[in-house]
Design a protein around this ligand. Structure first.
Ligand code: ZN
Ligand code: ZN
Ligand code: ZN
Ligand code: ZN
Ligand code: ZN
Ligand code: ZN
Length: 247
């Protein structure tokens, strides 16, 4: 036979209540003292640690990230559309990602080739030199430093095999630095717009006069006149420069 004493009853009632209910019953129903600071999340008074953020006050455990809903511990958080986010979620949700490493960019965003890059990750596709400050050349959506671009993509001189970067000439179906197109006999650069070819080789005016008729007949070769054509630097594109922004 069970018999509940009035005492038992009271105990049961108390157990079913939460701490907040008790606070409600004891003091919250009373007119609110003006010094009470309310939490912006639960609208209850804050007794212990007060978090002040976004112009409001919060229980420490109620100032939570808008994405993961976990309390934002420590001092640093980020705000987007007036809502707080923990650093991790903010960077995942709102920060731009680096085209090089695919991670969020926290500091300086380098904008180049229609992409965003970490400062340290916008580098020459060949040698890895940082390009944010110095400008770059673009080829097939890759950035290159000046040296590597010239080495890989500029036409090479027939004589010295080095890249042709500036105005040069086309002659005998090849490309040459102006100074590298030389007479095949005296090795003086040929600067005239026309030159003579003998035995398939270019000769300056002076050397032409030194070839005797007899030599020509013996070799069976005649002299023909040829032209040099200017090869301009439009082969090389304009250098582009990256834009730096704050993340
Ligand atoms: Zn609260
Ligand atoms: Zn979060
Ligand atoms: Zn990166
Ligand atoms: Zn390079
Ligand atoms: Zn050359
Ligand atoms: Zn010559």
């Amino acid at each position: 036979m069970s018999k509940q004493s009035p005492m038992d009853n009271t105990e049961n009632n108390v157990k079913s209540e939460t701490i907040e209910d008790i606070i409600d019953a004891c003091c919250y129903s009373k007119p609110k003292p003006p010094e009470d600071t309310l939490c912006a999340a639960c609208n209850r008074p804050i007794k212990g640690m007060i978090v002040q953020a976004l112009g409001k006050t919060w229980h420490q455990e109620h100032f939570c990230c808008s994405h993961c809903k976990k309390p934002i511990s420590g001092q640093r958080f980020n705000v987007e559309e007036n809502k707080p986010y923990c650093e991790h979620d903010y960077s995942q949700l709102f920060l731009k990602r680096c085209q090089g490493c695919n991670l969020p960019i926290l500091d300086v965003v380098v904008v180049a080739l229609n992409c965003n890059w970490h400062y340290d990750h916008f580098v020459c596709a060949t040698c890895g030199t940082r390009l944010a400050q110095q400008g770059y050349y673009e080829r097939e959506n890759n950035p290159f430093c000046k040296t590597c671009y010239e080495e890989r993509f500029c036409p090479k001189c027939k004589e010295c095999l080095k890249p042709i970067k500036e105005t040069a000439i086309m002659a005998l179906g090849e490309k040459w630095h102006q100074d590298c197109f030389k007479c095949s006999r005296c090795f003086v650069p040929i600067t005239e717009a026309t030159f003579e070819v003998y035995n398939g080789k270019q000769l300056c005016d002076k050397c032409i006069t030194q070839i005797s008729k007899a030599e020509m007949i013996a070799s069976g070769e005649g002299i023909s006149t040829n032209k040099t054509l200017p090869l301009d630097s439009s082969l090389i594109p304009e250098m582009s420069s990256a834009i730096e922004k704050k993340a």
